[in-house]
Design a protein around this ligand. Structure first.
Ligand code: FES
Length: 87
């Protein structure tokens, strides 16, 4: 599903970027080299960023491989390879 129509950006792409360590709405746009145009997507992208942060704080990396409350994927290669400076 597209989350931004002005800049073709899907929910899947945003989730992938968040899993790489991007931790802000602006960072998501910057990662793709996009600029906010109409801004209608910003609340949804912000909600995705906030949800991702809550998962991180709860000890879940959002990999989708949690089993029974245990995080079974802590040392996987899917662990974020880099981070983006917090804004
Ligand atoms: S829908 Fe994302 S900037 Fe317009």
């Amino acid at each position: 599903m597209y989350v931004c129509i002005c800049n073709p950006m899907t929910e899947k792409q945003v989730k992938q970027v968040l899993s790489l360590g991007v931790d802000s709405t602006a960072g998501v746009f910057r990662h793709f080299g996009h600029k906010v145009r109409c801004g209608k997507c910003v609340p949804y992208v912000r909600e995705m960023v906030d949800d991702h942060k809550q998962q991180q704080q709860a000890g879940c990396g959002g990999c989708g491989k949690c089993q029974g409350g245990e995080h079974a994927n802590e040392d996987s290669p899917e662990t974020p390879a880099y981070g983006v400076a917090a804004e």
